[in-house]
Design a protein around this ligand. Structure first.
Ligand code: DC
Length: 678
């Protein structure tokens, strides 16, 4: 089934976002969609497993259109459930084509033999190029009064070359916005069949695809001549192969001339299976090549009609070990790691994007050439790729039709996805180098709604042990020692709230001023090292441990916007080889997927006494009764606040240290850690 989130993407509503995350994202850390939409990926350790691919987008939409244009009913199996196919299905329904869902990925399409029952309609096609271009051609030649529209980005994607081709046949097409771009108005016209149509092939191969698929509607012999070098040729192969399945055999002379014979008619093949999506396969093959593998994809293989299977060859050039069967492929990492390539990617324009992020893990500088078509896709993909790779610290050079990537040690960043499914999927690979945030991850619904679910199914993340508990329970000391024993990193999350309180105080911001404190927290310039914490370049020492700042920390920690501002900063600690996180909401909010959750506590009296001893040892004055009262007040505030209150998670193990030494507590946590898979 196509999820509700998919259907509602143009008017996002909160419930649909929520459904989406619930269904597809739980394995890693999703954002609360009421205030934000993102997915935080921990650093990955390895990848291995098998993925059954969703149906190919290119094949799905071509099959749907030809089934609609054919004589007879077609049962389409393994159709991709995604935004773009949803657009095509809806358009066909609007045009009066009989479309019925048979359950799962199977659909029945009642062909109309080239005569759409509805002759006047307005179609909204989102950002689906594979629906917009071929429907424009088919409707212009079928005759009728149609308006074709899309999202704003669709209106920036050129279509002039296709319209010029259709006008040569007599079609009446008007631009409703800018010349050369959608939206379009198609009106009934007298088609002059039997000639030679010239169409440019160097901007998008979808123009040629659209024309070829529509030409049998004239009933006469039609020849198309490609002007300029045809790009993305493998997509034309797909078009010709599917037309052949529906009974139309196009004669071609090289890549220059294509002739649809007179009397060609589409006839239903009965049942047709959609291959798995070869572009979608690229992410999983890359995961195997970077993360050890083997990762096996099922649904495409050596017998595929999709050009993007050639991605596997590109990956092999980078050193990956590739195996293929008729209907599957697998990738493993080579012994010495991947190496950079210098590649003409014209034949794999979509899958080549995956090489750009794979390049982050290859020795040397990778150059991807002949990719000018990236600039007119869902977004300007060269610019978007360069901008986002740089955020991670990579060195990037971009040109009109190339991109050059040199890896570097990666740093956490929030990646924007430009409403482009491939941006979101490509950048998930970067998690092998750093934890990162992917903004608007549900844009993957365009072609692969449950991508992140599958991604999580074959990847292993750096483990987290969450230790939560009240103030002065000893969890800081225990956490730091467990981290040292395991060789893991250590996150003292309380220090971030303390630093925020201190920073606010330094610039006279009231601890109750939520917006101002949150802004400060978001921009906090802090550095953690083994020996010290620095704020704005200055060591803070014990300045964040005073009773005043403790109270301030507890106050700012109750502000939702402050917690949100510090969320990614905390998750960015989720690196190799693993992390011990200490705080109040490590197991509940920050690392809900922690492999081990410990709730470490002690009686208020025992904690007040420990704190008292610490202060006296440091030569500071202290009063036990006051300390106990302060602690109880802070406990109350930390556990009663509305956001991320301190509480023992259901899946957390309770460790009461009232009668235990530090060593005993550490030993217990280490014993528990041996019981889980780290
Ligand atoms: O652990 P600590 O005493 O250093 O924490 C200081 C304050 O920050 C404390 O009042 C609770 C708050 N805090 C929080 O709300 N969530 C965390 N994960 C860690 C600390």
């Amino acid at each position: 089934m196509i999820s509700k989130a998919v259907v509602n993407r143009d008017q996002p509503d909160i419930q649909s976002c929520f459904d989406y995350f619930l269904r597809h994202v739980p394995p890693y850390y999703c954002g609360d969609c009421v205030t934000h939409e993102f997915l935080d990926l921990p650093q990955l350790i390895s990848a291995a497993g098998t993925v059954r691919l969703p149906g190919s987008k290119s094949i799905s939409n071509r099959v749907l259109l030809l089934a609609a244009l054919a004589d007879g009913e077609t049962e389409v199996r393994d159709l991709l459930a995604s935004d773009d196919t949803e657009r095509m299905l809806n358009a066909l329904k609007t045009l009066g084509v009989g479309v019925s869902h048979l359950g799962g990925e199977s659909w029945a399409i009642k062909g109309c033999g080239g005569n759409f029952p509805v002759r006047r309609a307005e179609l909204f096609l989102g950002n689906a190029g594979t629906a917009f271009r071929p429907l424009t051609a088919a409707l212009a030649l079928a005759g009728g009064d149609y308006v074709l529209k899309g999202v704003a980005r669709m209106h920036e994607r050129p279509i002039g070359d296709l319209v010029d081709g259709l006008r040569q046949l007599g079609a009446d097409v008007t631009y409703l916005g800018n010349d050369g771009y959608p939206p379009l108005h198609l009106k009934p016209a007298t088609i002059r069949p039997g000639g030679v149509v010239k169409v440019r092939g160097d901007v998008s191969s979808q123009f040629l695809t659209g024309l070829l698929m529509a030409l049998p509607l004239t009933g006469e012999a039609e020849t198309v001549e490609v002007v300029g070098e045809l790009i993305s040729k493998p997509y034309i192969e797909i078009t010709l192969a599917i037309m052949a399945r529906f009974g139309v055999l196009v004669q071609r002379e090289g890549w220059q001339r294509f002739t649809v014979p007179a009397g060609s008619r589409y006839v239903s093949p009965g049942t047709i299976y959609v291959e798995g999506d070869a572009s979608s396969a690229s992410y999983f093959l890359a995961l195997g090549a970077i993360g050890g593998g083997p990762v096996r994809v099922e649904g495409v293989g050596s017998e595929s009609i999709q050009g993007d299977v050639k991605f596997a060859e590109a990956l092999a050039q980078m050193g990956a070990i590739i195996e293929t069967g008729p209907n599957w492929m697998s990738a493993r990492a080579p012994q010495g790691g991947l190496v950079a390539v210098d590649l003409d990617c014209n034949h794999i324009p979509d899958a080549a994007m995956t090489l750009a992020t794979t390049a982050l893990f290859a020795r040397g500088t990778t150059t991807l050439r002949n990719i000018a078509s990236w600039r007119v896709k869902e977004t300007d993909r060269i610019a978007a790729m360069a901008t986002e790779l740089r955020k991670l610290g990579a060195l990037v050079e971009e040109g009109g039709d190339f991109i050059r990537v040199t890896p570097a040690s990666l740093k956490p960043a929030a990646i924007d996805t430009y409403d482009d499914h491939r941006m979101a999927m490509c950048f998930s690979l970067a998690a092998f180098g750093t934890p990162l945030r992917i903004n608007d991850p549900k844009c993957v619904a365009k072609t692969f709604p449950d991508y992140f679910e599958r991604f999580a199914g074959v990847t292993k993340a750096a483990p987290v042990i969450a230790i939560d508990g009240p103030s002065a329970s000893g969890k800081g000391t225990v956490a730091a020692r467990v981290a040292a024993a395991l060789g893991y990193g250590y996150l003292d999350s309380g220090a971030l709230y303390r630093l925020t309180a201190l920073a606010a105080r330094q610039v006279n911001i009231d601890w109750a001023d939520e917006a101002a404190v949150a802004a400060l927290a978001a921009a906090l310039d802090v550095e953690f090292s083994e020996s010290e914490i620095r704020l704005n370049g200055q060591p803070v020492g014990d300045a964040i441990r005073t009773e005043k700042i403790s109270a301030g920390a507890s106050k700012v920690a109750a502000l939702p916007a402050v917690r949100e501002a510090l969320l990614f900063r905390q998750r960015a600690f989720n690196r190799l080889p693993g992390l011990i996180g200490d705080g109040r909401d490590m197991g509940s909010v920050v690392f809900p997927r922690a492999v081990l959750k410990v709730f470490l506590t002690a009686s208020a009296e025992a904690r007040a006494e420990r704190r008292y001893k610490q202060l006296i040892e440091k030569g500071l004055s202290a009063n036990l009764a006051d300390l106990l009262q302060d602690l109880q007040q802070r406990d109350e505030r930390d556990s009663q606040r509305s956001v991320a209150p301190l509480r023992q998670e259901e899946d957390a193990k309770l460790l009461d240290t009232t009668g235990l030494t530090i060593e005993q507590a550490v030993t217990q946590v280490l014993a528990w850690s041996k019981e889980v898979s780290l």
